[in-house]
Structures are given as structure tokens and as C-alpha cells.
Design a protein around this ligand. Sequence first.
Ligand code: LLP
Length: 421
Amino acid sequence: MDHFLYRDGALWVEDVPLAEIAAQVGTPFYVYSTATLVRHYRLFDEALAWGPHLVCYAMKAASNQAILKTLAAEGAGMDVVSGGEYARARAAGVPGDRIVFSGVGKTRDEMRQALSGGVRQVNLESEPEMRALSQVAQAMGLEVPVTVRVNPDVDARTHAKIATGKSENKFGIPIARAREVYAEVAALPGLRVVGIDVHIGSQLTQLDPFEAAYAKVAELTGALRADGHQITRLDLGGGLGIPYTRSNETPPLPGDYGALVQRTVGHLGCEIEIEPGRLIVGNAGLLVARVIYVKEGEDRRFLILDAAMNDLIRPAMYDAHHEIVPVSDPAPGAELAPFDIVGPVCESGDTFARGRLMPPLAADDLVAFRSAGAYGAVMASEYNTRALVPEVLVKGDQFSVIRARPSFDDIINRDTIPEWL
Ligand code: LLP
């Protein structure tokens, strides 16, 4: 069910008209639908209901406290990749035993932080990192559950900047060396091997790369067990893609993915963890902006918005496509015309779409970027001293600002002037 629908000629989020939020909060802003977040989480949870499992939301996709609390209340665990994310998860009330610590370069400080607060497992990504964690755990008198992230050398067939499972990527250890590395981990004091971790990339729109990777993990499970390791948990990563256009994209659904997991690794009797981010929050969020000007160029027409690349970097960074729709439903039969849709930042890269067919729009009209919930607000910056874009959460007919727009004083006062200046 879609919780972003036109009613009475205007776009609503659940039971709140977007124009009402815009009037109260100002633009641009991100808005999320609680019902969509919860529905997406439950789809994954149900897809793995055939066995013991934990859905660990990859909070890098959107890490506002209110989003984390919404998912944690559903029973979600969290996948964190930094001390900051760990602190956010704990602040949102997520217990340590539901937090998985991933990431390619955890510092000793971050390890100490996670170990003292409690952690379900640490996913290790290199030999030096294993030795560091062993020393930290030993010094704290603890034994930490660990997995090793293996790099299965599988082509995820996604954008190069978000593929992680090829041998040329910095992630994990080559699967061919896994037995040797596990032997070393098992011998390190303070570490207790509990399973295997794999993550091959993000925005995967086909299941076969997952299938190839998980088949390799299944085979490795057998080999490691034969070597005497206790493999009781498989962390299968995230990465399931979402449709960014409404027309021809039909990425697999969580249910298909769950069946694939069961087919490939279900017979091993392991507890399954997955780390979805984008699919949970991507289509649960919009970025709403206002048209500042319609500018007639020499041979093109520009729609200049009050949102810019600092608010949503995905088009500039990954050539990502986001649907951009008018908040007021255009009159039936309204003629579409091509626009370059841009922000006010002083870079040509600050372009959201070129030649995009749009209905007639004028200054002050509102537009919404669809599928902007994942890797939107979290990747925003204050470039050009544009205030960090606020976030709003809707639940039924209520909405609340869950991160306020900072004032210019807030921004400026974060700088300090040295005494000697
Ligand atoms: N687990 C690990 C270890 C990851 O590195 C990631 C994403 C995930 C889980 C979640 O993947 P998801 O289910 O969201 O696809 N900024 C980029 C995406 C970067 C993904 C990084 N890792 C974008 O805007 O497309």
C-alpha cells in the first residue's frame, strides 16, 4: 500500500497534506511515513519467519532517532558502522545485543565503546582489525562474538560506487583465504567465532548475485565447520534494491529474497541476520522543495528549486534518478514539457534532472522527490552555508519535526575564533 497519494488534487503523506507541513516547517524538508517504514520492516521479518533471524536495519540509510525508535519498537536490530551510529542506536533505546558492528576500519576507541555498551557481534574485515579487537577485548577481560566478512568476488551489477563484493573492492577478506583467516581468528584470545558475514553491494535489482554469494557462503560454512569452527549465525548483509521509477523497474520483493535465503542457506540451521537499509526507508521518504524561479535559458528551461545537491547528493554523486512530482496534482491532460531541474548551489553538478518532462510549474509551487528516504538526509551537508535540511515524521494524521532546521546563528556559532585572531 502506498502512503504517498494524491487526494483532493494534492499529495498527502498518510493523512497529512504535504502543503500543510510545508506551510509550517518551510522548505526544503524530508518527510517520512511511519506506516511505510513499519510495513517494509515487517516484510523482511515475515520473509525470514521460516527460521531464527534478526533484521538489523542498516541505519546509515537514515539514522534519525525517531526512525530508529520506530523500527526498534518493531523488534529491529541495528547494523552500525561507526561509534557515532553505535551511540545513536543506544540513544534510541536499542539494546547492545541487537547491535551488529560492521565497517571496514573500526578504531580501537570505537571497539572499546561498543564492547563496554554491549554488542551482538563484530563483523571483522581484515587481519589487522582482528588483532586490534583481540587486544581491546583482552584488555577489557571480555570475549567478543565475531564473524569475518568474506568478499565472495561476485558482481552485484549495480553502480560501481556502491558495489562492494568484487575482489577489487576494499571490503572483507577474499573468500579463497577464509579458512586460513578463520584459523587465525579462532586462535586469538578475546574473540569467539560465531558465524560468517557477507555484503555485496547496494541497490541490487536482481536476485542472482545474492544467490551466487550465498551459495559460496553455504559452501564455506561446511568447510569451516569441518575445520572445527562453530558457525551458528550468518549475516547476509543488505542491498535489496527499490524501484526509483514507477514504470519499468520491478526489483525483487523481500518475500522473494527470503525464499532465496531459505533455498541457499536454510538447511544449515544457522540464525540469519540481514542488514537492509534502502528498502526499509527509501520509499518511505520524500524530499519536498519549492520552485524559486522558472528560468528560460537559451535552448532549455530551468526549474530552480530551493533544494540543492547539499540536501540530496544522490543525483550528483551516483547519477541517480529520482522521480520529481508536483505536490498539486496537475489538471488532467496538462501538457508535459522538458525542464532541467536544478538547485541554487554554485556548481553545474547541482542538477537533479535534465530534460525531465514535467507538467506546468511556476514559482512557489511545491515539488516532491520520491524515493528519497534512504541516503538522503544522512548525506546532506551545509555546503554554501545552506542550513541542514530538516526532517519530519508522519504517523496517521499527526506530524512532527524530528530534526529542526538550524538557524544561521546555530551554524555560525559552531565555528570558534582563535584567541590570537
Ligand atoms: N550492510 C553493509 C555492510 C553496507 O555497507 C550497506 C550499505 C548495507 C548493509 C545497506 O545496504 P542497503 O540495503 O541500503 O542497500 N549512498 C549510497 C548507498 C551506499 C550503501 C553503503 N552500504 C546511495 O545513495 O545509493
